[in-house]
Design a protein around this ligand. Structure first.
Ligand code: N01
Length: 542
């Protein structure tokens, strides 16, 4: 069942087998895989180039906190053998260069309309087709629609009184100007101390005249210990790629971490400290898995939290600032762990001030700066590092209508419900890559993206071969999956933090644990079983 064999690949007033929305890691791989299967496919991308997250987040210090050799595609051995990563943790420019290379290597740009935002998508029940409208006034029609719109793509600036009055420059970390930002001689205010703020703050501090950091909730910041990769080191990794990739796929998080050193509560204080010291010295996300009970037992978690607090007190010379930087009131890792370089050290600089906005809330912005309950902070520039409407925001930004003209945002008014995080009852032939209810943001997302894309492409191919035109998740399968996702989360400590995993950063967003905590390896097995069981939980029609 091939709908079209269009030769004009840049026109999109047309009909395709599949439309892919987004040209980041997920969209590029989906496009490539579908073309390999002989389907006609067209991509839409709001940015002027490929890269998704790595196209938009060009703020100073932006870098991934998954090892570079692992935060990369595994689907093509020549690609993974030829690309040379230079550092343990790749910078944003390096990842973007990599994705541009992938786009060139597989000639993917030919099938993507850039600078084109999808505004609506309507399922035509009679024809069994999606009608997709874009902001340039065109429409495309497709049998299948793949939403590769990203879990952390809808950047968010919180509402504050007087925002329009501020007379200086304003930037959000996820919409950084292409030409960069000059901080020289500027009094800069950064609002937000999540992963983006933690990366940007030390670099802005080095360049600005003065930096004021407005912190609401201090994060647990673990040192990155980034370093250049030696050519020999990368060669060794490349030689082990077959087993390394297999381990990633079978693992809990899609990354290769040293195994936990037993249980924190079974270890003596001396052994605990030795293990924490060793993970602190090694740097990176592995700190969170020092012991096997950290994410399930509050008392165990507190031992790790207190270790980090002791490091903060050791590092930051001013005791009041140190105490304000100490995270309290939520377990370590239940808000995404931040991985930083010289973060706490930055607060020893003379030109850096920390403002604890829980103690002295921001009251308003005015022409000259930010006024808290205590004082006016005069600023030439405000940088919002205030995060995203995670997992649902980019989909909510598109008027998606399924059966009976039901809007996805209405279907999800009480929180997103999906089957496997990939499909939604009432929205036939629409697949979401790393959507809510899948491991997505709790994993090395490239591993999860590859798994989702391969599963969806296999399903589309299966439909073609079997002559099915429309596939849809059943409400029963979706309800069971939603209970499973929330049931696992309820047993963890994650429910104890006001995190974006729970939608807590968006006023009015239902408090539902969004990603799937069951682990990448288990999830993959389950998805394979469901496919082997003739796509259990889906109904299909001819
Ligand atoms: O966003 P965030 P992010 N007044 O939501 C604060 C990935 N990522 O862009 O915690 C004052 O984490 C907010 O405070 P609170 C990674 O998955 C990865 O930093 O809500 N402050 C918080 O401090 C990450 O988790 C990498 O109380 C306000 C901050 O803004 C995710 O993206 C790098 C406020 C937002 O932090 C998001 O990270 C970057 C207000 N009104 C991002 N509203 C790496 O790979 C919000 N805040 C390393």
């Amino acid at each position: 069942m091939r709908i079209s064999t269009l030769s004009n690949k840049t026109s999109h007033n047309a009909t395709y087998d599949v439309v892919v929305v987004g040209a980041g890691f997920a969209g590029l791989y989906a496009l490539h895989s579908l073309r390999q299967r002989g389907l006609s496919v067209h991509g839409f991308e709001a940015g002027t180039g490929v890269g998704g997250t790595w196209f938009w987040n060009t703020y100073p210090g932006a870098r991934c906190d998954v090892d570079s050799a692992d935060y990369s595609y595994s689907f093509d051995d020549d690609l993974q053998q030829e690309w040379v990563w230079t550092e343990r943790f790749p910078t944003q420019p390096e990842i973007l260069r990599y994705l541009e290379h992938v786009a060139d290597r597989f000639s993917l740009r030919d099938d993507i309309a850039f600078d084109t935002r999808v505004t609506s998508a309507q399922f035509d029940e009679t024809a069994g087709l999606w009608i997709i409208a874009t902001d340039d006034g065109n429409t495309a029609t497709a049998r299948w629609m793949i939403m590769a719109t990203g879990a952390l793509s809808a950047a968010r600036i919180p509402q504050m009184d007087g925002q329009e009055a501020f007379g200086g420059e304003v930037h959000h970390t996820a919409h950084w100007p292409a030409g960069g930002v000059d901080f020289t001689d500027k009094r800069v205010g950064v609002i937000g101390t999540g992963s983006s703020g933690v990366q940007a703050i030390p670099i802005i501090a080095e360049q600005a005249d003065h930096l004021t950091v407005f912190q609401r909730t201090p994060g647990f910041v673990i040192p990155a210990r980034n370093r250049p990769l030696s050519p020999g080191e990368l060669d060794d990794i490349k030689a082990q790629y077959p087993s390394r990739r297999a381990l990633q796929r079978e693992s809990h998080g899609g990354w290769i971490l040293p195994p936990p050193a037993g249980m924190a509560l079974e270890a003596s204080p001396e052994v605990r400290d030795k293990e924490y010291e060793s993970r602190w010295a090694a740097g990176g996300i592995a700190f969170q898995t020092t012991f096997g009970d950290l994410m399930f037992d509050a008392a165990a978690n507190e031992t790790a939290a207190e270790f980090v607090r002791s490091k903060i007190r050791e590092t930051v010379s001013d005791p009041i600032t140190a105490e304000a930087l100490c995270p309290k009131g939520y377990p370590l890792g239940t808000k995404r762990l931040c991985i930083g370089s010289d973060y706490y050290e930055t607060f020893n600089r003379d030109n850096v001030t920390l403002v604890d906005v829980r103690a002295t809330p921001i009251e308003r912005l005015d022409r000259g700066g930010i006024e808290t309950a205590a004082e006016l902070h005069e600023l030439d520039m405000i940088v919002y590092a205030t995060g995203f409407d995670a997992l649902t925001g980019s989909l909510d930004g598109i008027d998606i209508r399924g059966r009976n003209n039901l809007a996805l945002r209405d279907a999800w008014a009480a929180g997103p419900r999906t089957y496997l995080g990939v499909a939604v009852a009432g929205f036939p032939n629409m697949f979401i890559v790393t959507g809510p209810g899948s491991p997505s943001v709790l994993s090395n997302v490239v591993v999860s993206i590859e798994q989702h894309v391969e599963w969806v492409v296999d399903y589309i191919d299966h439909m073609r071969r079997t002559g099915a035109h429309v596939a849809e998740a059943t409400s029963t399968a979706q309800d069971e999956w939603a209970s499973h996702v929330t049931g696992i989360a309820a047993e963890s400590l994650y429910m104890q933090a006001d995190s974006w995993y729970l939608g807590a950063n968006i006023p009015g967003k239902p408090r539902i644990f969004l990603p799937y905590l069951g682990g990448v390896g288990n999830y993959r097995i389950l998805c394979t079983q469901i496919a082997d069981d003739d796509y259990r939980g889906f109904t299909t029609s001819i």
